[in-house]
Design a protein. Structure first.
Length: 392
């Protein structure tokens, strides 16, 4: 029998305590994974942003619009491969007015060239381009709302009044999927011309933002500065950012929330350490006379330290394994699917980052080691005579 096997067998001395400790660590690991997944899902749009896209908006604020003629100037600039534009339409389904989903008015001839990670069957895309009142919807949104290709759709917009003053009439011409996490799957796209032609003359030919694709991704920031310089002398100035920076700017308002989640995840780890530390300390107290006997027959203090640390590391490993094995399917297959379908506008991809699952497991082992340092030190300092006098 080896030292390692002896240390591992010690955790079976009190099966109930071991079970409760392992489950406590497992729940802590699962909660830690959930919190890290929330942060990862919240920042996915920035983390997976395309490196060769530049987003140009109004210099003052995102809600102010740009003249449509700006798109022509941007397309004529050097190193701009393609450019498109969009407006936030702000629509909702009156039959499900509590369901939020993004709605963009886009240019169908250029939008899917710039966002080539959006996958639409060729026949559906052709039907969308041919139908001025057609829309394309994400597969997650379609599943959630029960929409199908060919279905008529009635929407309301709080920003743009319908042509007849009541509701907008659309037909679903396609359902898209994505090949990258830079675009969510819960958005509805409609034709910008349909929206623009329905507006009063004074509100026409205004676009929300421009997205450009550059030829050299390493020069994305420089292209953004060049675009802004072109419009410095215009009445409406612009602010151009690479897609990652643009998406990150939307998270600024939630920075306090993300920081709070980070803090909570740290607190979870501290609690997990205290739980294991308490279990190990109780075990050391109960086995004081046993350690004294081991010292009396020739075991060294370092051997006692090894036993205590080994037991705690095994507990951490078991708890980490339980947390990952229970948390991964619960978050990935259960909670994550529900969130993607019902909160896709905020969390389009709610999946456990594999790297964090590995980190969580090894953190449980590391914190098990740290939790046992003080009890191990105390066990190693036990005097043989004092230990043998103690009645356990």
């Amino acid at each position: 029998m080896t030292f390692a096997s002896l240390a591992a067998r010690n955790i079976l001395r009190n099966k109930l305590r071991t079970f409760l400790t392992v489950m406590g660590v497992g729940i802590a690991v699962m909660t830690f994974l959930l919190l890290r997944t929330v942060i990862s899902a919240w920042t996915a749009a920035a983390d997976f942003a395309a490196k060769d896209r530049v987003v140009t908006r109004h210099k003052v604020t995102f809600v102010m619009q740009l003249p449509k003629r700006y798109i022509d100037k941007i397309r004529q600039m050097p190193d701009i491969k393609s450019a498109t534009w969009a407006n936030w339409f702000g629509a909702k389904d009156p039959k499900n007015d509590r369901e939020f989903f993004a709605t963009f008015a886009i240019d169908p001839s250029s939008y899917f060239e710039v966002y080539d990670e959006i996958d639409i069957p060729a026949d559906q895309l052709a039907a969308f381009k041919a139908d001025k009142s057609g829309v394309i919807v994400g597969d997650v949104l379609a599943k959630k709302m029960g929409w199908q290709v060919g279905q008529d759709l009635t929407l309301e917009s709080g920003i743009y009044p319908a042509p007849d003053g009541t509701e907008w009439k659309f037909t679903i011409q396609g359902i898209y999927t994505t090949s990258a996490r830079s675009v969510d799957r819960s958005t509805l796209f409609l034709q910008w011309d349909y929206m623009n032609d329905s507006l009063p003359e004074v509100r026409r030919d205004q676009i929300g933002w421009v997205v450009s694709r550059v030829g050299d991704a390493s020069k994305t920031a420089d292209r953004g500065l060049a675009i802004d310089k072109v419009f410095d002398d215009e009445d409406t100035q612009t602010l151009s950012q690479d897609e990652r920076t643009f998406n990150t700017s939307f998270l600024a308002g939630f920075s306090s929330v993300l920081n709070a989640i980070d803090l909570v995840s740290v607190v979870i780890l501290v609690i997990m350490t205290l739980v294991m530390g308490n279990t190990i300390a109780m075990g050391v107290r109960e086995r004081t006379s046993e350690y004294g006997t081991m010292r009396a027959i020739g075991f060294m203090p370092k051997h006692i330290v090894f036993f205590v640390l080994g037991e705690s590391i095994v507990l951490g490993a078991l708890g980490g394994a339980v947390g990952v094995l229970l948390g991964y399917p619960f978050i990935e297959r259960g909670l994550g699917r529900w969130i993607e379908e019902n909160l896709g506008g905020f969390f389009p991809y709610f999946r456990v980052p594999p790297g964090w699952a590995v980190v969580a497991f090894f953190l449980a082992m590391l914190l098990g080691l740290l939790a046992a340092l003080l009890p191990a030190r105390q066990a190693a300092k036990i005097k043989v005579t004092d230990a043998l006098r103690r009645v356990v």
